[in-house]
Design a protein around this ligand. Structure first.
Ligand code: IMP
Length: 199
């Protein structure tokens, strides 16, 4: 396997995947690279289910369009806050209008003491090899929800998600990748693919 399709057109995710997987000699292709337009309903109950929905939809779209199969992978991620019973979880992207998710979360956690503000980012990746056989890897990043927004980097919940003494929005992208759920899941994918590159 030398070519691998990532079920996304997100430039940041692609750059990170290419950086991590390039030592294996794998060329990571985006959906745009292979001219596939595929945006299935992510209506799974878990991150794994949503990643599986995306990976299978892209695998099938490639087979339909080109009459052959390619190895693909898809990721799904979100924030799980203990004081919200694990929410917003798979609803992270739909929790509030873009740009207002941090304010809403801070509002919901008003009055919640530090020891109950624990949270984690979770990322699941589903990989389908050329024959459609699937493997899953995961990454998590433990942290807590701060009391105000800090930092201007990153996206989504980064300004309120604190790891050590910095929010993720106060980290450089290198610092974030070293601790993030997606970085951990991508490294687990690297290990999984290490054993498959010569297949
Ligand atoms: P997706 O997996 O890219 O669809 O991400 C789902 C949602 O989870 C995003 O829209 C963000 O709200 C949130 N999220 C996932 N990863 C991160 C992160 O690294 N920082 C901040 N928010 C994130």
């Amino acid at each position: 396997m030398t070519k691998l399709v990532m079920a996304t057109n997100n430039a940041n995710k692609l750059r990170e995947a290419r950086e991590i997987l390039s030592p294996l000699g794998i060329e990571v292709l985006s959906l745009a690279d292979i001219d596939i337009d595929c945006d299935p309903d992510e209506n799974g109950a878990t991150f794994e289910e949503n990643a599986e929905i995306k990976a299978e939809a892209v695998y099938n779209a490639i087979a339909d369009k080109y009459g052959e199969n390619m190895a693909v992978f898809a990721d799904d991620s979100g924030l799980c806050v203990d004081a919200l019973g694990g929410g917003p979880g798979v609803y992270s992207a739909r929790y509030a209008p873009k740009g207002q998710e941090c304010a809403k979360l801070l509002d919901e956690l008003a009055g919640v003491p530090d020891e109950k503000r624990t949270a984690r980012f979770v990322c699941s990746i589903v990989f389908l090899d050329k024959t459609g056989k699937s493997d899953e890897v995961h990454g998590t990043c433990e942290g807590m929800i701060g009391h105000e927004e800090r930092g201007i980097n990153g996206f989504g919940y980064d300004p309120v998600f604190v790891v050590g003494n910095k929010t993720m929005a106060e980290m450089t992208s290198e610092e974030k990748n070293a601790v993030s759920h997606r970085g951990a899941a991508m490294n687990a994918l690297y290990k999984l693919l290490e054993g498959k590159v010569n297949e």
